[in-house]
Design a protein around this ligand. Sequence first.
Ligand code: PNS
Length: 160
Amino acid sequence: MAHALYPGSFDPVTFGHIDVIRRASALFDSITVAVLNNGAKSPLFSVDERVNMLGDVCRDIPNIKVDSFSGLTADYVKSNGYNVIIRGLRAVTDFEYELQMAQTNRKLAPEADTVFLTTSLEYAYLSSTTVKEVAYFGGDISKFVPKEIEKLIFDKYKKK
Ligand code: PNS
């Protein structure tokens, strides 16, 4: 059985992430999408908000679970028995960092292999950071995130 973990910041979830989640859910027996609780960053959305957003936009995917974790991905992998780590690759610029992370995780948790899914071409340019920047300046983000997420992002910026 292949139990996959898709770790990330998901601040916020984009169509690019959803594309990777959908395709991974068809490949593996189960997939857990896990939000890293990273005290070193100041995210737009809290961990609970990000978990709820992921749960909402992935509600029609049967073999998916959404969770959060703190600390090392490798430790979370070990304590939950995952044998696959999923990461999306958008462009060659992602490669060096992703390769380093995959090699490090393999040393720390040899029981899991990292599997890269190449993001569909239509989302190859997309990142949570650019979505936030466009939204911050009041631009159109409807092609980047689902409707319900779009509303939550604009609500956040109105409050700030
Ligand atoms: O969505 P992101 O920000 O690209 O996800 C990065 C993430 C969360 C997968 C990565 O930063 C991570 O695994 N952090 C946990 C700490 C860790 O395990 N670091 C060592 C990996 S080299």
